[in-house]
Ligand binder design. Structure first.
Ligand code: WQD
Length: 341
């Protein structure tokens, strides 16, 4: 019986992907060090799906643990979510990011090669296009220099994986470049549960709406965009999860030597103000806000050209902004303290 190994499977995107895989009756093994995730997310995934997840608490940096996991199961593929993801923190603790994200991937790929597991789906990011790139971003354009160490780790890993594929014709890789994942499973039982003050827009809006924070600061209203606030390509996390499954199905069918990148976005930009207004309209909850100075490192606007995934993977995002808002709110209002309830 073959299994899929999900690193970081207890986290936000990982847990939603595990759920979609279980719904398709796939056998899933999760490794997660729970540094930014909760075991409770997988309990809930098991509850929603009625299926079991095999879980190992630990890091992909732990060679012995990886070796033992790879010896116990026969894996058809690995989806590699595990990694640190806070842009601001990565500026303060670059070594921790290079260690976890880059070295962690190297150790994981070594274990895959040792055990002859040849299909890898990697969580990359739109940040690899760099700050000079013009939107919409397309996979064929030259990659830039990401501004943060976090972004650099994603670019470095893509480059490392390309070199591994060149050196080993059996190995196959898909790099999935995420735009801005938001929303939650429609059950309202799993969702994004940031520790401390949220860095990202959507969890911040949700925490203001539920009364945990007094108001939203909108970082900059003097950008060169329609309403002056930044524009991003927000994608529902369940669509994103299904993008992984489409990518994996495609990858295992490919001949050897594949290293291919796909944007996972909707292709439509939304401004901060538009997101906020859609949240208020679809939930009927008011979110007080004020305009504040720009945040360091923010780009005015970027979004995906989403054609390649549509054509090649037969995947496209299905859920609109209202669904993203309603699903975020169902999760946040039912779980004001996230998994800590
Ligand atoms: C979106 C917009 C902010 C918070 C980052 C990473 C990216 C990916 C996702 C993942 C911006 C504005 C935000 C707030 C605000 N990382 N904003 N008030 O910066 O596009 O992307 O997270 O793992 O790699 O770069 O997302 O949600 O932080 O911001 O006005 O309190 O919302 O200025 O315009 P971003 P975000």
């Amino acid at each position: 019986m073959s299994h899929i190994l999900i690193t970081g499977g207890a986290g936000y995107i990982g847990s939603h992907t595990v759920l979609e895989l279980l719904n398709l009756n796939k056998n899933v093994v999760v490794i997660d060090d729970l540094s930014n995730a909760s075991r409770e997310s997988l309990n809930r995934v098991e509850g929603i799906s009625g299926k079991k997840v095999t879980f190992f608490e630990g890091s992909v940096l732990d060679k012995e643990l990886l070796s033992s996991i790879f010896s116990q199961f026969s894996f058809s593929a690995v989806i590699h979510f595990a990694g640190h993801k806070a842009v601001g923190e990565s500026v303060k603790k670059p070594l921790s990011y290079y260690h976890n994200n880059v070295e962690g991937t190297v150790i994981l790929v070594e274990a895959m090669l040792e055990h002859n597991v040849n299909n890898l789906v990697f969580s990359s990011s739109a940040t690899v296009y760099g700050e000079e790139a013009e939107a919409p971003y397309v996979e064929t354009q030259k990659l830039g220099s990401p501004t943060s160490p976090y972004g650099q780790t994603k670019l470095m890993v893509e480059q490392i994986l390309a070199d591994v594929v060149k050196s080993n014709n059996n190995f196959k890789v898909v790099n999935l470049r995420y735009f801005n994942p938001i929303g939650a499973d429609k059950s309202g039982l799993i969702g994004e549960d940031p520790s401390g003050i949220p860095n990202n827009l959507m969890p911040f809006i949700a925490q203001v709406a539920v009364g945990k924070r007094p108001q939203l600061s909108i970082f900059g209203n003097d950008y060169d965009t329609a309403d002056g606030t930044c524009e991003r390509d927000y994608i529902h996390v369940t669509d994103l999860a299904n993008g992984h499954i489409a990518a994996l199905d495609w990858l295992v069918e490919q001949n050897n030597g594949i290293c291919e990148a796909f944007n996972l976005g909707t292709g439509t930009p939304y401004s901060v103000l538009k997101v906020l207004k859609t949240f208020e309209q679809s939930t009927k909850v008011k979110v007080p806000y004020s305009f504040e100075p720009r945040r360091d490192g923010d780009l005015a606007a970027f979004w995906a050209n989403a054609e390649k995934a549509k054509k090649t993977l037969n995947w496209s995002a299905k859920k609109n902004m209202e669904e993203m808002m309603v699903d975020t709110w169902r999760w946040q209002s039912n779980n004001p303290n996230g998994y800590a309830n």
